[in-house]
Write a protein that binds this ligand. Structure first.
Ligand code: CMC
Length: 390
């Protein structure tokens, strides 16, 4: 029969969704109808998480209950710790995160009951709650430092920062500006409709596997340099450029590379104008740098953006800075090594993955994902015995 050929689904809607709206030409991003700029300014990450998952802003009581639930599921089974100890000393924390989240499915066999609303709700709570713990453990492991258990008296972000930073038994108090900045970054990264990792979660989840296995596939997708690895690549690129004077030469090499070499942190499949998240991030960066001191790579980034936005190559292709262009600079100023950047993306995106996974599970039109292909291989031919082959 007639079949559409649409590699990488550039032109195919894979689902109906009521969660996130993007207008790529106008640079609009909305969660459940609320503009990202308003959420970033007025809301908090757990409130946004509630919104994305439940479809409406919580009442004060609902937010309190949700916060209580998430806060009291932050601990992981001691054997998860032992599992993580098995990784090589130099294991990439993102690889540890993907494997450990997949391993969670063996700790919660009840997660297989995906048609049961209550079971779904508890798995989603566990995923959102345990992600910072596993992320922090993966960081501590890679640094050769002892794991720090969650502190349920702290906020979601402050607890994460404490598990990352605490030395010995001294309490770690995150700087309020940095705590707020990370909370805003988490809001900006919470969902982004049918991106590569979310599509992976939906695809794997469509087989009706448990959500830990599905989310682990999403983490795998997010590990790639074209997706969640982009902010790490931006920093490596800025370091490689090294000095403002080297920018024109670098831009020239990108343009002559025939798509081989890219300006990392630029361009987006959907946004053909300025990424609205990048605008918010630029403001957050200013606040963070006031506390941490300016990241010396910022000047290179600003000048690179200025030159690229005037260059015909980038203008013609509608290539603008995306969310990752400045986020890495902030993470680095906050003391995170580049290996942690995709992990810092995965923590908040877990909310989007869970919201999208549950929406898919509840959708009566959803079937197992099973695309077709355009076959371009050999026509039928007969087997040739080994001794007849030359
Ligand atoms: N630098 C230089 N040229 C570029 C870039 C770039 N960053 N991005 C796209 N182009 C060129 C590309 O070579 C092509 O040129 P031509 O028409 O001459 O062949 C044209 O622009 C269209 O690009 P495309 O590859 O068809 O666009 P796409 O929608 O397939 O790719 C993208 C989107 C984000 C993968 C790509 O822009 C890219 O690789 N950017 C750099 C990596 C990056 O910053 N990724 C983060 C994305 S945002 C956060 C996230 O979702 O994880």
């Amino acid at each position: 029969g007639l079949m559409g050929y649409d590699p990488a689904f550039l032109n195919t809607a894979n689902c109906k969704s009521a969660i996130t709206y993007i207008d790529g030409d106008k640079g609009i991003l909305e969660y459940r109808g609320y503009p990202i700029e308003q959420l970033a300014e007025k809301s908090s990450f757990l409130e946004v998480a509630y919104l994305l998952i439940n479809g409406a802003l919580p009442t004060p009581k609902e937010l309190e209950q949700f916060t209580h639930l998430v806060t009291h599921h932050t601990y992981v089974h001691e054997n998860i710790k032992a599992f993580m100890d098995g990784f090589r000393y130099d294991a990439h924390p993102m690889s540890m995160l993907a494997s450990t989240v997949a391993a969670l499915s063996s700790f919660y066999p009840d997660a297989k009951s995906i048609k049961d609303e209550q079971s779904r709700s508890i798995q989603i709570t566990r995923l959102i709650a345990k992600m910072p713990t596993i992320a922090a453990f993966s960081f501590r492991h890679s640094m050769g430092l002892p794991y720090i258990y969650p502190d349920n008296d702290l906020s979601y972000v402050a607890n994460f920062l404490a598990m990352i930073r605490r030395i010995g038994t001294a309490t770690y108090k995150a700087h309020p500006t940095l705590e707020h900045a990370l909370d805003v970054l988490f809001i900006l990264h919470a969902d982004h409709e049918q991106n590569c990792s979310t599509t992976s979660v939906r695809t794997v989840g469509s087989s009706e596997v448990d959500p830990y296995s599905a989310v682990s596939a999403g983490i795998g997708a997010l590990y790639g340099p074209l997706h969640g690895g982009a902010n790490e690549a931006v920093l490596r690129m800025l370091r490689e450029i090294g000095h403002i004077s080297k920018i024109p030469e670098f831009i020239k090499s990108v343009k002559s590379g025939e798509g081989e070499k890219k300006l990392m942190g630029f361009g987006h499949r959907v946004y053909k104008s300025y990424d609205p998240r990048a605008k918010v991030i630029k403001r957050v960066a200013d606040e963070v740098f006031e506390v941490t001191g300016k990241n010396p790579l910022l000047d290179i980034a600003l000048e690179l953006e200025r030159i690229a936005l005037q260059d015909e190559y980038f203008v013609k292709r509608k290539l603008y800075p995306n969310v990752d262009f400045y986020s890495g600079l902030i993470y680095e100023a906050m003391g995170f090594p580049v290996e942690m950047f995709p992990v810092l993306f995965a923590i908040p995106r877990t909310v989007g993955w869970c919201a999208q996974w549950e929406e898919m599970v509840k959708d009566p039109e959803q079937k197992i994902a099973r695309p077709r292909q355009v076959f371009v291989g050999s026509k039928r031919r007969d087997y040739i015995p080994m001794d007849k082959r030359t």
